[in-house]
Design a protein around this ligand. Structure first.
Ligand code: URA
Length: 257
């Protein structure tokens, strides 16, 4: 990394906003290579210079990556007038340029990557890259072999083009509170009583895509959770609303197809 302004260094390192760090610098709380610096616009080298705030060394990373288990009720945006955002859930001192990689619906849970690396986000989201996103869903009704075939062929969900082939796997079909379905009794049940747990892998990220795909075959998604994006899987030890930084290995995984 090259030379950057001292106030940008501090803001990127999570010391505050660009304007608050200017005040911090003016107060003489910042040293560069052990010398107090009171000007915000001096240039520092992110690799060679040692920048301290109140005597504590600041670590500069050009890019940061978090894995969030997005809970329901939170919007995938950086700011929102009414709702809590996924960025609000990153509770530690954080840089201001973080954003979510793509969107999950307000009622969808699961893996969401939060970063300031626009290039990596683009590579994961660009339609031409066909990065696989795997979801778990609970749907109303019974997913048949015919449904699986229709998803594999691509569906007309009202867009210009049909969806790309999606892989649909049935985990179980059941009647709520009654255990697994016995084939003999399915016919006696109303359709609404039967539910299916499925996994679905898609390579696009259209608006409400999975819900609209099920709607196209007359079914309704009751619960949706993203499990993976490319080769990165959700750390299941993270409860909804919890997050952690990605390891270096995980960041590398994201760049692989
Ligand atoms: N498909 C949907 O319908 N919603 C999501 O949040 C993600 C994929």
């Amino acid at each position: 990394m090259a030379d950057i302004r001292l106030d940008k260094f501090l803001a990127d390192a999570g010391a505050g906003t660009r304007s608050t760090v200017k005040i911090i610098i003016k107060k003489g709380r910042v040293t560069v290579n052990d010398v107090i610096v009171k000007k915000s616009d001096i240039k520092v080298n992110t690799e060679k210079d040692t920048v301290c705030l109140d005597g504590k060394k600041l670590i500069y990373n050009e890019f940061e990556f978090f894995m969030l288990n997005k809970p329901q009720g939170v919007v995938s945006a950086t700011t929102d007038a009414n709702d809590k955002t996924v960025i609000d859930l990153i509770t530690e001192e954080k840089r201001r340029d973080l954003f979510p990689v793509g969107r999950l619906d307000k009622d969808t849970e699961g893996l969401l990557i939060i970063t300031n690396d626009g290039k990596l986000a683009n590579n994961l989201l660009a339609p031409g890259k066909h990065v696989e996103k795997k979801y778990f869903a609970s749907v109303e009704g019974s997913v048949t072999a015919e449904t699986v075939k229709l998803f594999a062929e691509g569906l007309d969900i009202g867009d210009e083009k049909p969806t790309e082939p999606a892989k649909l796997t049935v985990i179980k079909t059941y009647i709520e509170d009654s255990g697994d379905v016995n084939d003999n009794i399915i016919s006696d049940m109303t359709r609404g009583d039967i539910k299916s747990n499925i996994e679905i892998t898609i390579t696009e990220g259209r608006y409400h895509q999975i819900k609209r795909m099920f709607k196209a075959v007359g079914m309704k998604v009751l619960y949706l959770k993203r499990l993976s994006m490319g080769k990165l899987y959700l750390d299941e030890s993270l409860k909804p609303g919890e997050y952690r930084r990605l390891t270096e290995e995980e960041v590398k995984l994201l760049s692989e197809k």
